[in-house]
Ligand binder design. Structure first.
Ligand code: NOJ
Ligand code: CA
Length: 552
């Protein structure tokens, strides 16, 4: 194996890092087959460097049948041949490390893909075999086992049980899958499963990977004792227990797994880091973020804040306090590959049920794109000024709106197929990036893109914004550079504007201040040097839907 460069050892690099999520199939296509790949990422290292990032997070790039965009992993220690090779992966890590960017990869431990060799072996081996024990196989109910073992829905609807055909050709047992049927859930009571994931974490850590994003980190351990099987129709947080005794999610025992992983992470220098994707009650997040566990846990609260000063302040306060109490730092997120892009969300009235809006009629109400972008830029500035790490999603630096025009026959999201009457899909935020104004797939590759790009994509491409003062791309670059020069400690305090509750103003180290105008009238800026604004000042005042950074 080649020598792997690591970045010099600040073990706390992640605490206030800016991490940029790459959805590999949709970032850049290096070989012209319409699918983004590692070669494409390598070719864009100068671009990533120009953004001033601390790290990238790569969504799954492993061999996969792509039943769920790669979150159905068929081999955890390899690269999908459509995306590249392990050698290219090593080159990518080295090139990124050379420019000071660390690499976080996605680990998907709740389920494998159904083409994983273990699942295929389980199908062949038959009921009661050790191969089946690595997954959750159960006999059905009814005279011939024809009724599913429990009333458990899948996240993508409708049921979480699929019946298999046994090696003798007869209909047989059922297996559990919380997501698509191509994503069988592992049985985490099986020691082989535990050992295999430790092996995977060492495999990537040895190759120089700096950290991990843990997919559905709260689901691994389920209560399956004495024949018990969870039953549930809704995955709403309101039906999940918040005391560690829920039979499906966030059980206390899951932390035994992460304690073991932490020991592995700490074998490395600097220690590898991890962030949990755990949709749990807020009071349960600190356990995932503990220094004996994964170390950090996503806070997705801003997704529900809308454009509302009071809510934003409450969420900031809660999460900064909670992170401090657990010894971790919090995370800020406005977009990722699972949600409607925030420039679009902010262009819809506060309180919109985005799922419903998308499913029913994406053009009514029509997105106010200008308002959406103004607010998106202002919120990004606000979050980038808070202590904690900020996760950006590819394309948000271009101010991209959701692609709403994808025809049903070109959709790829299993959520769309498994529940067609709902009409939900995450494909609109997964459309390949526009690099150029014109040309095949706007410079994404030389030969089309696996999801159709809207016509207007060229106007917001990297080429169209590069070097253009005031463009969203240049704003992001400016903010990242400023943040890097100003953010030394995690110091933070509010400046209260009692007469103007729609103003959010706070102080950070080195005289740095951030002020956001959620109101309808322009406001006066505090004294100091104006470092950056998300919108041009009007007669020296900060207009509505805007943020300014000041140095006092
Ligand atoms: C969360 C991922 O972000 C999402 O894209 C995926 O569908 C599910 N986990 C299942 O792996
Ligand atoms: Ca390709």
């Amino acid at each position: 194996m080649a020598e792997f460069t690591m970045l010099a050892g600040d073990k706390d690099w992640w605490r206030q890092a800016v991490i940029y999520q790459i959805y590999p199939r949709s970032f850049a296509d290096g070989n012209g087959d319409g699918i983004g790949d590692l070669k494409g990422i390598i070719s864009k290292v100068p671009y990533l460097k120009s953004l001033g990032l601390d790290a990238i997070w790569l969504s799954p790039f492993y061999p996969s049948a792509l039943a769920d965009g790669g979150y159905d992993v068929d081999d955890y220690r390899n690269v999908d041949p459509r995306i590249g090779t392990l050698e290219e992966f090593d080159v990518m890590v080295q090139e990124l490390h050379k420019v000071g960017i660390r690499v976080i990869v996605d680990i998907v431990p709740n389920h494998s893909g159904s083409n994983h060799e273990w699942f295929q072996a389980a199908l062949k081996a038959g009921p009661g075999s050790p191969e089946r024990d690595r997954y959750i196989f159960r006999d059905g109910k009814g005279a011939n086992g024809e009724i599913r073992p429990s009333e458990l829905a899948s996240h993508f609807g409708p049921t979480a049980w699929t019946r298999v055909t046994e090696p003798d050709g007869k209909p047989g047992q059922w297996y559990m899958h919380l997501f698509a049927s191509e994503q069988p859930d592992f049985n985490w009571d099986n020691p082989e499963v535990r050992e295999d994931f430790v092996k995977t974490l060492r495999f990537w850590s040895d190759r120089g990977v700096d950290g991990y994003r843990i997919d559905v980190a709260h689901a691994l351990v389920k209560d399956l004792k004495n024949g018990h099987l969870p039953e549930r129709q809704s995955f709403d947080l309101s039906v999940m227990k918040n005391n560690g005794e829920d039979d499906l999610f966030d059980r206390d025992e899951v932390h035994e797994i992460y304690a073991e992983w932490r020991k592995v992470f700490n074998e490395y220098n600097p220690p590898r880091v991890a962030v949990a994707e755990a949709w749990v009650h807020a009071n349960r997040r600190p356990a995932y973020a503990s220094t004996e566990g994964l170390g950090q846990s996503f806070n997705f609260d801003m997704l529900g804040a809308g454009w509302d000063a009071k809510k934003v302040r409450k969420i900031a306060d809660y999460n900064l306090k909670a992170a401090k109490a657990s010894g971790s730092s919090t995370t800020w997120v406005l977009s990722n590959h699972d949600i409607i892009r925030h420039a679009t969300r902010f262009g819809l009235p506060n309180g919109t049920d985005f799922g419903q809006w998308y499913a029913k009629n994406r053009f009514n109400p029509k997105v106010d794109e200008k308002l959406g972008l103004d607010r998106a830029r202002a919120m990004t500035m606000l979050l980038l000024a808070l202590p904690g790490s900020t996760y950006l999603y590819q394309g948000e630096e271009l101010g991209l709106q959701e692609a709403l025009e994808i025809p049903a026959e070109l959709m790829q999201d299993p959520q769309f197929f498994r529940n067609p009457e709902l009409g939900l899909s995450r494909d609109g935020c997964r459309v390949p990036l526009p690099w150029n104004r014109t040309g095949s797939s706007f410079g994404f590759g030389t030969n089309g893109s696996h999801l159709p790009q809207p016509e207007w994509y060229g106007n917001v491409s990297v080429e169209a914004q590069d070097g253009v003062h005031g463009s969203t791309l240049e704003l992001y670059r400016e903010l990242m550079a400023l943040r890097r020069s100003l953010e030394t400690t995690e110091e933070f305090s509010w400046v209260n504007h009692i007469l103007s509750p729609t103003t959010l103003h706070f102080k950070r180290p080195n005289g740095w201040q951030s002020i956001t105008n959620f109101g309808t009238k322009s406001i006066k800026l505090p004294k100091g040097k104006v470092l950056a604004t998300s919108k041009a000042l009007v007669q020296g005042k900060l207009p509505q839907n805007a943020t300014a950074w000041i140095q006092a």
